[in-house]
Design a protein around this ligand. Structure first.
Ligand code: PDD
Length: 280
């Protein structure tokens, strides 16, 4: 792969970042994942808006202009011949040349890296046909989950707990209610109603979520933004997750209990099709 580091293009094995980089020492950085379909970026503007929000919340400088970010993303797709896949973009507070809890001054520039992941079957992933099975685990992440930081140890542990349990993902719960998945937003369906947690600092404000809810409203579904319990999800007609990496993914089992028929349901299936048709 050809990757991007601080304005330069390099083969991946020649790209380096300092050991003093605050992303490395302190998880002091933010990221975005943009999917690519037919060589085109999906919802790039949404990801850029959220990147700025994350940067602002952490008093971090933007690494370059939005036009440069867009050009860089397009160039990554082109140089790596990506038809379907994802682009990972990371911005950290840079390299102050030592370790300190105090943020460095403005003269220390952010570190920006980006690379592609080639996923030839992203749009027709086999998992979308069978759906995800999930377990619920306590949400012990920090209280600013609306900032897309690179602090992903617990989500990674959640994925490993799912793997050990023989399922696909974990849904986090807090105060008896589902917050979100390890790296996706969580929903249930009851009749014509789609229920998903409201946007607060408890969850990431998903870019896919915004688009899917817009298409769902246009398709005359009712949207209810509120927390739901695992028991309510198990008793729902359907459940699903959304993220740039999975689009709309049916969830067919929670903690060993089938949801609805235990197969991908009509609403999740339709929303997935709507999303892919509209965004492609
Ligand atoms: N994750 N919630 C969390 C905790 C996430 O990490 C993500 C995305 C989402 C969905 O956001 P979006 O629809 O904007 O992708 C929700 C990315 C894909 C990742 O970490 O790979």
């Amino acid at each position: 792969r050809t990757v991007y580091v601080n304005g330069t293009w390099l083969p991946e094995d020649q790209a380096t970042v300092s050991i003093f980089d605050r992303g490395f020492l302190m998880a002091d950085g933010v990221y975005e994942v943009t999917s690519v379909l037919d060589g085109k970026l999906i919802d790039f503007d949404g990801h850029i808006v959220r990147l700025h929000r994350s940067l602002n919340e952490l008093d971090m400088q933007a690494p370059c202009s939005d036009a440069e970010l867009l050009d860089m993303h397009r160039e990554l797709v082109r140089l790596n011949g990506i038809d379907q896949g994802m682009i990972y973009l990371q911005v950290t507070r840079g390299n102050p040349g030592d370790r300190s809890f105090v943020f460095p001054d403005e003269s220390v520039k952010p570190t920006i890296v980006a690379f592609t992941q080639n996923i030839p079957n992203l749009a027709d992933a086999p998992a979308a046909k069978t759906g995800f099975k999930v377990i619920s685990i306590p949400d012990i992440r920090w209280g600013r989950r609306d900032i897309k930081t690179v602090q992903l140890l617990y989500p990674s542990m959640g994925k490993m707990m799912a793997k050990k349990a023989g399922v696909d993902d974990s849904w986090f719960t807090e105060d008896g209610h589902v917050t979100e998945g390890t790296s996706n937003n969580a929903y249930i369906v009851k009749g014509n109603r789609i229920i998903t947690r409201q946007l607060t600092s408890d969850i990431l404000h998903g870019i896919t979520r915004a688009a899917v809810l817009r298409f769902a409203a246009e398709a005359q579904f009712e949207i209810e933004e509120r927390p739901f319990t695992v028991a309510e999800a198990q008793a729902a007609d359907e459940a699903f997750s959304t993220a740039a990496s999975i689009f709309v993914m049916p969830v067919v089992e929670i903690d060993g209990q089938p949801v609805g028929t235990g197969k991908p349901g009509p609403v999740a299936t339709r929303l997935r099709e709507l999303y892919l048709d509209e965004m492609r």
